[in-house]
Design a protein. Structure first.
Length: 234
């Protein structure tokens, strides 16, 4: 019986590379509250019944759109933004939506094999919250030098950025994606106010420095590695 390995390798080679799946999202203007829904409509988190006159995404909207392409996520915007622990509603002492990006990252990756990427050691998602699972400091170059080699080609990396507010409250305020391309470069994908969706090469000289200049201060990044091939969720 002939080996199936050549056919498997050919099938893999013909599949779009992860970075190619995000190409059409680059350059989309930043629009506050904007998202791409499960029907491929440009709409908003607050008013999903309405459509935008032109394409636009905020950081969470970009992450949802990326997950639709990379992970085959087909759930609703409401599913993607579900308050997982019931700790960030109107009456939350920590502030409404204080862990929005944290919930988003874990909701979009749920059902896939996943792990938290840290400079050293391990952290369990089971039983964690946005207070206990925040990753590592973004301004620590040594930590990034340990993390970047762990970013693997073919996997998707969903990330929540958090900061400490006055009074000590934590806010998961920004979401980004990381990918390693077929040439070995690690890219950060995001969109920021007053700009458009873009990517930044963290393996080029100055790439990490540029990113750290964007996110100065006491900020941390939670990186969740997601197996793109397996999922039991929409």
């Amino acid at each position: 019986m002939p080996s199936l390995l050549p056919l498997v390798l050919l099938s893999y080679a013909l599949q779009p590379q992860p970075e190619a799946l995000l190409r059409d999202l680059l350059g989309v203007p930043y629009v506050n509250d904007a998202v791409l829904d499960e029907r491929d409509r440009w709409t908003t988190f607050t008013h999903p019944e309405s459509t935008l006159p032109s394409p636009g995404l905020n950081c969470s909207g970009f992450t949802i759109a990326g997950a639709r392409r990379l992970l085959g996520y087909s759930g609703t915007v409401e599913d993607a933004t579900r308050d997982r622990l019931g700790d960030s509603g109107k009456a939350s002492k920590l502030g409404r939506d204080w862990d929005f990006a944290w919930d988003l990252v874990l909701n979009l990756s749920e059902g896939h094999p996943r792990r938290v990427v840290l400079p050293e050691g391990e952290a369990s998602i089971q039983g964690a919250s946005g207070l206990t699972l925040r990753g590592f400091p973004m301004n620590e170059l040594v930590d990034w030098q340990r993390v970047l080699p762990q970013i693997r080609h073919g996997r998707a990396y969903l990330c929540s950025l958090s900061k400490t507010l006055k009074g000590g409250h934590i806010q998961h305020y920004h979401a980004v994606l990381l990918l390693r391309d077929g040439q070995g470069s690690v890219w950060l994908y995001q969109t920021l106010p007053f700009g458009h969706s873009h990517r930044l090469n963290l393996t080029l000289p100055g790439g990490l420095q540029r990113m750290q200049e964007m996110f100065r201060g006491n900020k941390r990044i939670l990186i969740v590695e997601v197996d793109r091939e397996a999922s039991s969720k929409p």
